[in-house]
Design a protein around this ligand. Sequence first.
Ligand code: ADP
Length: 300
Amino acid sequence: MESLAEHSDSLQAELLDFNLQLEQRVAERTAELEEAYHILEKMNENKSVFINLMAHELRTPLTVIKGHAQMLQSLISNMNNEIVERFVEGLVKGAERLEALVNSTLDVAKIENATLNLTQRSVYLWELFEPIEATYRKVLDARRLTLTVQVADLPPTLADAQLLHRTFDEMISNAIKYTPDGGQITVKGEIDAAEDVDAGETSFLHITVADTGIGIAPDHQQLIFEKFYQLGKVEVHSSSRTNYQGGGPGLGLAVARGIIEAHKGRIWVNSPGHDEAAYPGSTFHILLPLKVWEIEKHKD
Ligand code: ADP
């Protein structure tokens, strides 16, 4: 009969063998997973290259279409033919939307490859909001939306004016899209001062864009900053007069986040939830870093 010692030895040998087999299986699975990861990484890279190439290729014919459509528009402007004018206006608007889409796609590619170059200078926020207000004046009036912008007292920040303009343009355009007629859009700014500059804390310009629109459910508040993520059915809550029916391709906030993060800032949204009857509203927050001297100089 097998002694206790012999039995324990054979058990130990079995355990050792089992452990070896387990380690080998784990090593095999890890190698398989690594290979799958590399394949996925390569596919993702190829996809980005393809999107980038595609967007570049589309840009050339699009510029020709837009240019010719605009020429046609000025040629027919004194023909007094309302129907032709309407068709040509549709052509110009379509070309402009397509151009914006192609540009956003290229921006997303640049943000993903970290090749978004910033051309920085001292920028006052009011410089950015003046042209934005002018761009949307017609649609704001038509939809009886009030846009209040309170940023005149803020110090300037070192930033890429064109890219920041795109970000705030996106915020306002979304607020218009997702707020019912007669609503309010309010832009405010303040300084979030660092408590301990010596410890390396940064001060920020804190800008909020608040609307009285349909709001955003908590589950979606992070996802909307991902590319190609969209939720809204604009026709549910906007009047039939709005130019924005159908929403966009879901790139706007992804680009906005990329731009703000390239400035070492932060962007997020607060909203009590989504409700197309009660309109709880949304508030987008943007933080942009401020240098101490920018605050000091502004006080003088
Ligand atoms: P797009 O407007 O092209 O769909 P965005 O990236 O700009 O894409 O926005 C993503 C989604 O976030 C939108 O589809 C919409 O559902 C939601 N969203 C953005 N801004 C607002 C807002 N101010 N109020 C309510 N929902 C919003």
